[in-house]
Design a protein around this ligand. Structure first.
Ligand code: ADP
Length: 306
């Protein structure tokens, strides 16, 4: 199988801002691939280029085998796109939105309904409700239905879960996995680091550059070696105290605990003794299992110290 998306050295500037800086990666056919990065990283700019809404300054990209400049028309018919702010028409009903998007592609809703049926289970109950009156999670599902109604080969989703509740987010990812099972290739972007683990492979983007790519477990495999969890009854004084420990390069809050990035000189037993001696109660320090968020904190620090 080939690649459904190939991105080769794409750069794009807005005046002085380098929104994309020599971005390259590819998405194999049939994969659920994540583009993970904080706000302002360049995700939407890349989507605009892949959907032919913007031209890159340099570099090449193909989607479903078509060049983003020469194959614009084909891309528009073979690709489904859900922009960051859903493209629904608020005054149109659920049914009318679907019919509108189907008509753009010259298809009937009924002929492709099997494709969107899993997405429409709850929405089917109120076909005549205006899109503006739907909850965030329902809008997101309808927008996905509209992006799929012409049976695209490749689905491009730009931050589809931003601003929707946790249950809708989780349902949405379940839907993406079943769509992937049906053979469609999906490139989904997110700034929620926990969603990286739900993708088969990811590219991490920061400041317009791809900093890493691979499977989520490959990327985090080596993080644990110099990463520790620390907790105590008094968390703020703990944060101050760990910064004084020998061998601690960085520390930050992580859920209800702290994460400490250390070098080889860090010694757990003496760290615990020192923290307890400084008056902290219930001190615990143990090896942490790093995740994608830890990777980003590393990259951000590298940038800050340049
Ligand atoms: P993301 O989708 O990851 O939040 P964007 O692609 O929207 O990132 O933005 C990347 C960078 O480009 C940011 O610094 C953003 O402020 C800037 N940017 C995006 N669109 C424009 C624009 N139309 N004009 C000027 N700067 C822009």
């Amino acid at each position: 199988m080939g690649n459904a998306i190939e991105i080769d050295n794409i750069s794009k500037r807005y005046g002085k801002i380098k929104a994309l800086d020599k971005v390259s990666f590819s998405v194999p056919e049939g994969m659920l691939y994540g583009l993970i990065g904080p706000d302002g990283a360049g995700k939407s700019t890349l989507y605009n280029i892949l959907t032919t809404l913007q031209r890159p300054d340099s570099g090449k990209a193909t989607v479903a085998g078509h060049d983003v400049i020469k194959g614009r028309k084909k891309i528009r018919t073979e690709v489904g796109y859900m922009p960051e702010r859903f493209s629904l028409y608020p005054d149109l009903t659920v049914k009318e939105n679907l019919e509108f998007f189907a008509s753009l592609f010259g298809v009937q809703v009924s002929e492709n309904y099997d494709m969107i049926a899993p997405v429409m289970t709850q929405l089917e109950k109120f076909p005549n409700r205006r899109a503006s009156a739907l909850s965030g999670g329902m809008k997101q599902k309808l927008a996905l239905g509209c992006a799929l109604i012409h049976r695209p080969k490749v689905l491009l989703l730009d931050e589809p879960t931003t601003g929707v509740d946790a249950i809708s987010r989780s349902e949405f990812w379940t839907m993406l996995r079943s769509l992937k099972e049906s053979g469609i290739t999906i490139l989904v972007s997110t700034s929620y680091m926990d969603e990286a683990a739900l993708c088969e492979e990811v590219a991490l983007i920061y400041n317009g550059k791809i900093v890493e790519n691979g499977t989520p477990s490959e990327l985090t495999a080596h993080l644990g070696e110099n990463l520790y969890n620390a907790s105590a009854d008094q968390m703020y004084p703990l944060l101050e105290a760990v910064r004084e420990l020998p061998g601690v390069l960085n520390s930050y809050t992580f859920g209800a605990t702290l994460h400490l990035v250390t070098d080889a000189t860090f010694d757990v037993a003496s760290a615990c003794d020192k923290l307890s001696a400084s008056g902290l109660d219930n001190v615990k320090v143990y090896l942490a299992k790093g995740n994608i968020e830890d990777l980003f904190i590393r990259f951000c620090n590298i940038e800050d110290h340049e």
